[in-house]
Design a protein around this ligand. Sequence first.
Ligand code: PLP
Length: 254
Amino acid sequence: MFGTRLATIVERCGGKAIRVEAPWGQIIEPETIEAALRRSGPVKAVAIVHAETSTGAWQPLESIARLCRNHDTLFIVDAVTSLGGAPVEIDRWGIDVCYSGTQKCLSCPPGLSPFTLSDRALAVIKARRTPCQSWYLDMALIADYWAEGTRAYHHTAPISMLYALREALRLVEEEGLPARFARHQLNSDALIAGLTELGLSPLPPIGHRLPMLTCVSVPSHIPEADVRTNLLSTYGIEIGGGLGPLKGRSGASV
Ligand SMILES: *Cc1c(COP(=O)(O)O)cnc(C)c1O
């Protein structure tokens, strides 16, 4: 669902999106992306979701980053659900544009979008001949706002959110990233072991299951909403309902 949203955003911005699709719950294979890159001629950017919240699929990124280099295209990654819960090696893997949210594995209130740009991406932005359609997300203006020395006014920062983020990051630092990643994996393994005992299995295949989010389908004869209501009223556990084509079929536990 969030991959589809990426394509929708591209189209709303007036871009041409070339969709590379996979069945829900599967990752996008690098070969499919490579085939699309070969077919399509010059492509400005490849955009993909690292942790697909609607299916629980864990998308490997390194080989796609290499493809982007070989095809001289920028690599954009949605790391909203992964940041703080699994490694996101932006520079080592070669990601040009990466954004996240504060409200998922950083355990911070919603409201900010941590964001980073590579020098390559910034150079492309600075070389634009027409200003981008969004004032709010004009990265050339925001870069001037961030720049030491200029600090050219662009917007008023949500100061209270920055305090919240600072505290959330302090807690991340206190636990340590390796311990945090291991905690998510341990809890995921325990949850999946229990689900397996019940005869249920997560949607994505082994090896591509997110540690911080498990998406599981209920047997077709059981109404999914009843399972969630019962979990909430009896056990005080709230899980999200399925999204898109999985609506009514599955729930996700984060
Ligand atoms: C949650 C999420 C978003 C959107 O973030 P919201 O601010 O919660 O709407 C985008 N992409 C992914 C992968 C997400 O999980």
